[in-house]
Design a protein around this ligand. Structure first.
Ligand code: SF4
Length: 517
C-alpha cells in the first residue's frame, strides 16, 4: 500500500471482509483468474477469491453451478460502434447472446465460465473497455449524461472530465480497498441526466461569477445511495471548476477510504458517514485534504426527466438528431447490439449510448437520414415509439440469475407493463421500477411506483409478493417514494396497479401529477 491505511490501526472496528481485503487486494484476483483459475476451472476457486471476483466485474450467477455474470463499465453510457461490436461478440460467443443494460449504464452478461474470462478481458481491453471494478468495494462505473456532447440542455460536454476521473481511479491500488461500493456521477445536464442524488459523489452543473465573469462548473453532492436505508445526497458548499473535478473526487474518495465505517457491511457506505458528520464537517475535512475551494454558485439543475428520450429529438448541433429507443426491461441481445452499431456507423456519430433507465440512444443522425434509420429492422423491436407502460418500466436482474433475489423480476415486470398497456389509458407517463430484494439495483425508491420483491405466507405456502411504494422523484423536488401498507401477491401486481391508477384518474385535481397526488 502506497498510503497509510489508518483503519488498520484498530482491528476491532473491522468486519471479516476487511481482513480478507487486507490479506489479498481485490484487484489481485484478476491475475489469479488469468494465470490460475481459467486453467484449473471453477472447482479450483479458493476461499475468499470468489468474493474478490467482483473486483474483476464478475459475480457468481444463480444457481451456483459454475456460471458467472459480468458487468462492463460504459463511462457515462457512451460507447463507440467498435466497442458495441466487441460487446456483442462476447455476448454471442460466451453469454448465450444475452445483453442487459443496467441502471448504471453498464452492459451485463450472463452464462460466462471462468475459462472464458481471459479472452473476454482481452477482447474488452482491445477496444478500451473494462469490467474491472464494475463491482466490489471500489470506485464503480462513472455514470453521466448519455447525451454528452450532443445535448442542447447541457452546460458543457463532460466526456473528457469523466475519462480523466475514470482513468485516475481504475486499477488504482490507492483506492481499490474502500469500505464498500462507491458510485460517482458526473453530468452537466440541466435535467439531471445522471441521477445525482442517489450517488456517493455527484457533480451537477453550476455557474459562479468570479472576478466579474461567469464561470461554468459544478456543484458537488455527497452521501447518496439506495438499498434498505436510502439517503439523498447532500450539496457541499463548494464551486468546482471543470479542471478541479478530479481533485475533488480524489479528496472525497480519500475521506471515504480513511474515515468510512468498516465495522458493519450494512453501515459502511459513504452515506452513513455524511449523515453522522453533516456537510459542514465533511467540507472542512475535504478542504483540509485538497485546499481551499470557492463557496457555492448557482445550481443549474432545473428539473428531472428521468432520462427518457424515446422518439426523435433535435440535438445541440444544427440539423442533427438523436433517437431514443426503448429496450424492454433493459434486455437486448448480441444481434440487436451489432445492428445498432452498424446503424450508428452508417447513419450517425458512431456512438451507441446507454441510459440509467436501461434504454439506448443513437445520435448524430442528419435530418435527411432520420426516416431511413426509423425503418431499420432492429428499431421495430427496440422502438422509438414504445407503448406507455413498457416505455417506463425498469427491472433489476431478479432470481433468474441473481443469488440475492427473493423473487423473479424481469419477465414479471414485462408482463405487468404489457397488462397495463392493454388495460389502462392514462395521459401521464408513469414510471414503474421492480426489484427482487432490498438491495435496490433497479432503483425502486425513485419510481412513481416502486415494487420490491418479498414473500408472503398463503394457505398454499410462501409465494412471491411485492411491497409497493409511490411518488419517488429526483431533481429539485427529490424525494423517495412512500411505502403503502400491505403486500401484494406477484400474480396480483398488475391488477392492483391498474386499480391504483384508476383511483388516481378519478380523484386527481386539475393539473395534479401522480407524483404530487
Ligand atoms: Fe439482485 Fe436484489 Fe440487485 Fe435485484 S435488487 S439484482 S435481486 S441484488
Amino acid at each position: 500500500m502506497a498510503y497509510e491505511a489508518v483503519w488498520m490501526k484498530d482491528p476491532s472496528k473491522l468486519n471479516k471482509f476487511e481482513f480478507a481485503k487486507i490479506e489479498k487486494d481485490g484487484l489481485d484476483v484478476i491475475r489469479t483468474i488469468i494465470e490460475e483459475y481459467a486453467d484449473k476451472g471453477y472447482d479450483a476457486i479458493e476461499g475468499d477469491d470468489m468474493n474478490r471476483f467482483k473486483w474483476a466485474g464478475v459475480y457468481e450467477q444463480k444457481p451456483k453451478d459454475g456460471h458467472f455474470m459480468m458487468r462492463v463499465r460504459i463511462n457515462q453510457g457512451v460507447m463507440t460502434a467498435a466497442q458495441a461490436r466487441a460487446l456483442a461478440s462476447i455476448g454471442r460467443d460466451y453469454g448465450r447472446g444475452l445483453v442487459d443494460v443496467t441502471t448504471r449504464q453498464a452492459i451485463q452478461f450472463h452464462w460466462l465460465r471462468v475459462e472464458h474470462l481471459p479472452d473476454i478481458f482481452k477482447r474488452l481491453e482491445n477496444v478500451g473497455l473494462y469490467s474491472y471494478e464494475a463491482c466490489g468495494d471500489c470506485p464503480r462505473t462513472i455514470v453521466g449524461n448519455p447525451l454528452a456532447g450532443i445535448d442542447k440542455d447541457e452546460l458543457m460536454d463532460t466526456t473528457d472530465i469523466v475519462e480523466q476521473v475514470n482513468d485516475f481511479f481504475i486499477l488504482n491500488r490507492d483506492f481499490s480497498n474502500l469500505p464498500r461500493k462507491y458510485k460517482m456521477s458526473i453530468s452537466s445536464s440541466i435535467y439531471n441526466n445522471a441521477h445525482a442524488e442517489i450517488n456517493d459523489l455527484a457533480f451537477v452543473p453550476a455557474t459562479k461569477v468570479i472576478d466579474g465573469e461567469e464561470v461554468l462548473g459544478f456543484h458537488a453532492y455527497v452521501g447518496g445511495g439506495l438499498s434498505a436505508k436510502p439517503h439523498l445526497a447532500k450539496e457541499l458548499d463548494i464551486f468546482v471548476r471543470p479542471d478541479e473535478v478530479l481533485k475533488v473526487a480524489i479528496g472525497v474518495t480519500t475521506i471515504f477510504r480513511d474515515y468510512g465505517y468498516r465495522e458493519k457491511r450494512h453501515h459502511a457506505r459513504l452515506k452513513f458517514l455524511v449523515a453522522d458528520w453533516g456537510v459542514e464537517k465533511f467540507k472542512e475535512k475535504l478542504i483540509e485534504i485538497i485546499g481551499d475551494m470557492p463557496s457555492k454558485g448557482e445550481n443549474k439543475i432545473v428539473g428531472w426527466k428521468a432520462v427518457y428520450f424515446d422518439g426523435v429529438h433535435q440535438q445541440k448541433q444544427e440539423g442533427m438528431n438523436f433517437i431514443g429507443l426503448n429496450v424492454p426491461v433493459g434486455r437486448t441481445n448480441s444481434e440487436e447490439l451489432e445492428q445498432l452499431a452498424d446503424l450508428a456507423e452508417q447513419y450517425g456519430d458512431g456512438k451507441v449510448r446507454t441510459t440509467m433507465a436501461q434504454n439506448i440512444i443513437l445520435g448524430g443522425i442528419p435530418d435527411a437520414k432520420v426516416e431511413e434509420v426509423l425503418k431499420a429492422p432492429v428499431l421495430q423491436r427496440l422502438t422509438p415509439n414504445p407503448k406507455h407502460f413498457m416505455s417506463r418500466t425498469v427491472s433489476c436482474t431478479g432470481n433468474e440469475f441473481c443469488n440475492l433475489a427473493v423473487v423473479e423480476t424481469k419477465e414479471r415486470a414485462k408482463r405487468v407493463a404489457e397488462y397495463l398497456d392493454e388495460n389502462m389509458e392514462l395521459d401521464e407517463k408513469i414510471r414503474i421500477h421492480m426489484i427482487g430484494c432490498p438491495n435496490a439495483c433497479g432503483q425502486k425508491h425513485i419510481a412513481d411506483i416502486g415494487l420490491q420483491g418479498a414473500l408472503v405466507k398463503t394457505p398454499e405456502g410462501m409465494v412471491d409478493a411485492f411491497d409497493i411504494a409511490v411518488g419517488g422523484t429526483l431533481g429539485p423536488e427529490a424525494a423517495f417514494n412512500t411505502p403503502l401498507k400491505g403486500r401484494v401477491k406477484g400474480d396480483d401486481v398488475a391488477g392492483v396497479i391498474a386499480q391504483l391508477l384508476e383511483f388516481y384518474k378519478a380523484e386527481r385535481q386539475a393539473n395534479e401529477s401522480f407524483n404530487a397526488f
